[in-house]
Design a protein around this ligand. Structure first.
Ligand SMILES: [Zn+2]
Length: 153
């Protein structure tokens, strides 16, 4: 680690401690050239991968969109909000720990289907049948929105 004052590469760690939450390591360093001290922080890099759509364009992962599509599939189904939140958290965690920089939208669709399958069969079939023929979850949500706008016979 280069000294921020004199740019010497000869620095020493004089103290390390883990934060109370356990997610950060704080290191006190000393430059052996200029004797000045500085602090560095170390934390795991967890970045959501970008979503690659079927047409090859990239979009940012959107947790609200994900939650929205699950909720729509589960509309009027006997599944608690807590269970939906837990399913969303599992999908998010799966993507985070994958360490991937990019994922295909279809991969997220598969994760959603796997969660719905466990939560509610009707929602699963709803999602699977509609999702399969759409470009991404956003389009699926749009289609469901449009269906709901139409007057019922
Ligand atoms: Zn220095």
């Amino acid at each position: 680690m280069k000294c921020p004052f004199c740019s010497s590469f000869d620095t020493q760690v004089i103290d390390s401690r883990v934060s109370e939450e356990g997610d950060t390591i704080r290191r006190r360093r000393r430059c052996t050239a200029c004797e000045r001290r500085f602090t560095t922080y170390e934390r795991a890099e967890l970045v959501m991968p970008a979503v690659v759509k079927r047409n090859g364009t990239r979009t940012e992962f959107n947790i609200d969109k994900l939650r929205g599509s699950l909720s729509l599939a589960l509309r009027k189904r006997p599944v608690s909000t807590e269970d939906v939140d837990a399913a969303v958290a599992r999908i998010e965690e799966n993507l985070l720990v994958s360490g991937r920089r990019e994922v295909e939208s279809g991969y997220i669709g598969e994760l959603v289907m796997a969660e719905l399958k466990k939560l509610d069969q009707v929602a699963y079939v709803r999602f699977a049948s509609v999702y399969k023929s759409f470009e991404d979850i956003g389009e699926f949500v749009k289609a469901i929105d449009e269906m709901q706008d139409k007057p019922r016979p």
